[in-house]
Ligand binder design. Structure first.
Ligand code: GDP
Ligand code: MG
Length: 306
């Protein structure tokens, strides 16, 4: 049979509790850092997409915010994006942190899996952090009691161990179909969103307590010249005290955030970058629908490559 007839293509959503390693897995699967990663909850605030094309298949991945109690409007918005990611997909990938037991929180998340009713791969992540491999096996054995997963794969998204097995299990579950996107397409996300996220990641890495939750970043201007790309962006926080923290002593914190973000942008976009950062207080932005729309990459307008 000619190979093109056996080609498989479809969509796979990655879901799980916060901090399980969903975004790290997306990046490992695609081989590009598309999603920002941190140990702070709510690092991923909206559904993100990343496309992997192999000779045998094309998988459109959707990375999602962690499944959590949606007690505020902003959290509810995040959970809506998780639920929306369960519609019209071919495969689900449920990521669980191998250091954690199957708590009631996990059971709640598994209810979403049951409702989605699509073939689901159980990924037991962070096995590099579990010294006793027997514990990994014991935990793997627990999962079928909760749901009949299509496959069970222990991995370390960070080291890459097991990531190919995840990819192969997903491909087996995809329908026969031709490519949805051209081969070199990796994401729908606009460059200015990716750049804003890179800045936010550096802030998350450097700040603590309520600051990570209070931070939003928007790129204001994006100017490409043959020699370099000039980007100016605003970091929004909710209170003056947070602004003081983000700027730091004599601007030291803002400078280190800017340098780290610029280096990552230069690597990712493959061009020299001039990055200018501003910090503004915008009280209660998490409850302002208009501002939340501005942060939504699907609604971003303006200069874009891709
Ligand atoms: N040791 C280890 N850490 C991991 C692994 N996968 C993710 N992490 C870390 O776990 C934290 C949460 O990862 P992230 O991908 O942002 O989780 P998400 O909230 O599920 O998207 C980050 O600090 C990651 O570096 C892994 O396989 N091993
Ligand atoms: Mg994430």
């Amino acid at each position: 049979m000619p190979r093109r007839l056996a080609f498989r293509a479809g969509t796979a959503s990655i879901i799980g509790l916060p901090n399980a390693g969903k975004s790290t897995l997306l990046n490992a699967l695609i081989g590009e850092k598309l999603a920002i990663v941190s140990s702070k909850p709510q690092t991923t605030r909206t559904a993100l997409d990343g496309v992997l094309t192999t000779p045998a298949a094309q998988i459109v991945f959707v990375d999602t915010p962690g499944i959590h109690k949606s007690d505020t409007p902003y959290n509810q918005k995040m959970m809506r994006s998780v639920r929306a990611s369960l519609d019209s997909i071919d495969v689900l990938v449920f990521v669980h942190d191998a250091q954690r037991v199957i708590s009631t929180e996990v059971e709640g998340a598994l209810d979403l899996v049951k409702k989605a009713n699509v073939p689901t791969v159980l990924v037991l992540n962070k096995i590099d952090l579990v010294e006793d491999r027997k514990k990994v096996l014991d935990l793997l054995e627990q999962f079928p009691k909760h749901y009949a997963f299509a496959a069970y794969v222990p991995i370390s998204a960070q080291s890459g161990e097991g990531v190919e097995a995840v990819r192969d299990e997903i491909i087996k579950l995809l329908p026969r179909a031709s490519k949805i996107y051209p081969e070199d397409h990796i994401t729908q996300m606009p460059s200015r969103f990716l750049a804003a996220e890179m800045i936010r990641e550096k802030i998350l890495a450097e700040t603590h307590q309520e600051v990570p939750h209070a931070v939003a970043v928007l790129v204001d201007t994006w100017e490409e010249t043959p020699k370099l790309t000039k980007i100016s962006a605003t970091i929004y926080v909710e209170r003056q005290g947070q602004k003081t923290i983000v700027i730091g002593q004599k601007g030291a914190m803002l400078k280190s955030i800017g340098t780290a973000a610029r280096l990552e942008m230069e690597e990712f976009f493959g061009t020299k970058i001039f990055l200018e950062l501003f910090v503004k207080v915008r009280p209660d932005w998490r409850n302002q629908p208009e501002f939340l729309n501005e942060l939504d990459w699907r609604r971003m307008t303006g200069e874009r490559d891709e």
